[in-house]
Design a protein around this ligand. Structure first.
Ligand SMILES: NC(=O)c1ccc[n+]([C@@H]2O[C@H](COP(=O)([O-])OP(=O)(O)OC[C@H]3O[C@@H](n4cnc5c(N)ncnc54)[C@H](OP(=O)(O)O)[C@@H]3O)[C@@H](O)[C@H]2O)c1
Length: 215
């Protein structure tokens, strides 16, 4: 395991990807990936303007290839083909899934995994990468509000404790975020399910961008 210097954000043009790119750019060399290089460049320019840090845009393939670790800031479906296409580029690397399988049913957000959690599905495709689950409960608008304190707990699931430690270093590089080990990747099922809960709590109580802090 070598030191992680460059983080690639696959699907980094969305709110979560841009938010993580912004916050991580203070410690890491960040590459935003997209299916369209032009879109990635646009998002990277926006993040650079926001932070004053140099962030680059590239295709998803290049972001995966040129990085030491990748974050898959992608919707749950239908992205397994894209993940499959990146398999070789991500071999031997740390890969973080913040993906939440979720749908709206009867006016409520519902956790909607298929056979297993999104993170386990990712791991079954990327079986030669170190796959972990993290960042599900960190709202993108808060990440993009540079300067705002993020005193949140970030539960992390990973098969091995050493993989958790690698993720913890990345999470802790964002001021005030506190990573906690939640156990093996199957624990991602309970972590991913927190996101629809937070969204329902926000909707039903007139709140916005809720997160969690374990005390
Ligand atoms: N937003 C949040 O606050 C938040 C917080 C915690 C966790 N999450 C989870 O993190 C993930 C990313 O969140 P997000 O809100 O940033 O998602 P998003 O905006 O829906 O999607 C992110 C990016 O994924 C790419 N994408 C969309 N459909 C695709 C497809 N069919 N195949 C390949 N790429 C596709 C798009 O990039 P290009 O078009 O540029 O390729 C898009 O900008 C989701 O699973 C979400 O549930 C989100």
């Amino acid at each position: 395991m070598s030191e992680i210097r460059r983080v690639g954000i696959v699907g980094g043009t969305g709110p979560l990807g841009r938010g993580l790119a912004a916050r991580l750019s203070y410690k890491y060399d960040v590459l935003i990936g997209s299916r369209e290089e032009r879109r990635a460049r646009g998002a990277a320019e926006e993040v650079t303007r926001l932070t004053g840090r140099q962030v680059r845009g590239a295709t998803n393939l290049e972001a995966a290839r040129a990085s030491d670790a990748a974050i898959l800031a992608l919707p749950d479906q239908p992205t397994s083909e894209l993940i499959q296409d990146l398999k070789e580029e991500l071999e031997g690397k740390l890969v973080i899934s913040p993906i939440v399988p979720m749908e709206m049913k009867d006016g409520r957000f519902t956790y909607s995994p298929r056979d297993s959690s999104a993170a386990e599905s990712v791991a079954s495709i990327l079986d030669r990468s170190r796959v972990a689950a993290a960042f599900h409960t960190v709202p993108a608008p808060k990440l993009l509000a540079i300067g705002e304190k993020l005193e949140y707990t970030v539960p992390v699931a990973a098969e091995k404790r050493e993989t958790f430690s690698e993720v913890a270093t990345i999470v802790s590089s964002i001021q005030d975020l506190r990573p906690l080990y939640a156990g093996p990747l199957s624990s991602a099922r309970t972590i991913e399910a927190l996101t629809p809960l937070l969204l329902n709590l926000a909707r039903l109580n007139g709140r916005k961008n809720l997160s969690i802090r374990i005390v």
